[in-house]
Design a protein around this ligand. Structure first.
Ligand code: ZN
Ligand code: ZN
Length: 414
């Protein structure tokens, strides 16, 4: 049976400026060849006008209705950081940050740096928190995991936890650390907020006096003396990709968020050397890892992040140049046998450089596979793709269209 290779350029689409977009201006001979070989169209990843996050967008592209399965970014980031999250866990995104001020309680202190001077060597701090914080009187276990840079994840595991609680991250400097509050009247939310507040106090005490922080203070660096929590989410009962679709999934990505989706769905998610999720990423290694994964997996997602990053920076030229770099890197994909592989190239949403945020503008799609009805579209561009035979589809339609092409779709009816 044929396999599916889905290549996603994050935040690919734009709103034209003087009739031009980074993609329409980029020299992309390889993508243009694929556009000529395939069927083209535009896609609303979730639904027309909806502004997808990268997480909800990818769930949709992988055939999971995000309105049913998405429960916040916390669980996905935790999975991406390497925590084996379980249904019912409550997970948070974490920042190591710097607070100052008098008093015992962390909630009396003011945040002066939300990234603790972009600290990166947090192994020791992770260890100190895991060894020092004690939540056993609540009957709850926790897993604290550092991520890249100043980031990390916290997972609470136990009976009767709720994610209906507020962040402790004030989201700006100059404000006090926020006490976690229940967001509904349930006992579970009240109890979870109490547990979080106890975690906050204990973690602060441990970090404040940690040798690494004393060292940093001596060097004039901001102490990483608090962990700020945000994006609480309860890990969903989400079926694995194989249970859901009967296919084995591999995800080739550099960013924690997309790796997290791959891990939540129990896919194969290798750490690719040089894959950074940034514009300096090693695209050649990622393409190599993708081709290797295609040998043993039925559905391979290759995710490329920097297009979105450059869009958030409002960098038209940078986005254009990076798209050209991607075009060169994917050249080996043109040699695939399209009787065996259904190749899709698209984005997870638009991030116009003029807006610097995700928008609901549809993204272009190419599908190349034996038997597709090749159309007249001759280049890969959000300004041309609408003329193609796919017309305008949604992310979950794309997933089903791909399954149909590779003969993995069951018949509806007799
Ligand atoms: Zn995205
Ligand atoms: Zn983005």
């Amino acid at each position: 049976m044929s396999k599916v290779l889905l290549v996603v350029l994050d935040g690919l689409g734009d709103r034209p400026i003087d009739g031009k977009t980074p993609l329409s201006e980029a020299e992309t001979p390889n993508m243009n060849r694929l556009a000529k070989m395939g069927i083209n169209g535009i896609m609303d990843t979730i639904s027309p006008g909806i502004r997808p996050g990268s997480d909800t967008g990818h769930l949709s592209l992988l055939g999971y209705d995000p309105y049913k399965y998405y429960t916040g970014r916390g669980p996905i980031e935790a999975a991406g950081a390497g925590v084996d999250v379980k249904p019912g866990d409550v997970a948070f995104r974490v920042n190591f940050a710097t607070v100052e001020g008098e008093g015992e309680s962390v909630f009396d202190k003011v945040v002066v740096d939300r990234r603790a001077g972009r600290i990166s060597d947090t192994d020791e701090l992770e260890k100190a928190i895991n060894e020092g914080v004690d939540l056993s009187k609540f009957g709850v276990e926790f897993i604290f995991k550092r991520g890249s840079g100043h980031r990390g994840a916290l997972v609470l595991r136990g009976e009767g936890l709720s994610d209906r609680i507020s962040d402790t991250d004030p989201h700006k400097v100059g404000e006090k650390v926020k006490r976690c509050e229940p967001l509904d009247d349930s006992e579970e939310a009240k109890r979870t907020a109490e547990i979080v507040n106890s975690f906050m106090e204990q973690a602060h005490r441990i970090l404040e006096s940690h040798p690494l922080n004393e060292e940093r203070a001596k060097k004039g660096l901001p102490k990483a003396n608090v962990v700020l929590l945000r994006g609480a989410g309860k890990c969903p009962h989400i079926p694995s990709f194989e249970e859901m679709h009967g296919m084995k999934l591999a995800v080739i990505a550099g960013t924690t968020l997309i790796k997290g989706i791959g891990r939540l769905l129990k896919g194969y998610v290798p750490d690719v050397e040089g894959a950074t999720g940034s514009k300096d990423t090693n695209l050649e290694n990622k393409v190599k890892a993708t081709l290797e994964a295609l040998e043993s997996y039925d559905f391979v997602l290759l995710h490329i992040k920097a297009t979105d990053e450059l869009s958030h920076d409002g960098d038209f030229e940078g986005k254009k140049v990076f798209i050209e770099k991607v075009d060169r890197a994917i050249e080996p994909l043109l040699d695939l046998d399209f009787r065996d592989v259904c190749l899709i190239i698209t984005g997870d949403h638009s991030t116009p450089v003029s807006v610097r945020e995700h928008t609901g503008d549809p993204v272009p799609v190419i599908i190349v596979h034996e038997g597709v009805r090749v159309d007249d579209v001759e280049e890969f561009s959000e300004l041309k793709a609408w003329k193609g035979g796919l017309c305008r589809i949604r992310g979950m339609d794309l997933f089903r269209i791909a399954l149909d092409l590779v003969d993995r779709m069951e018949k509806f009816g007799a």
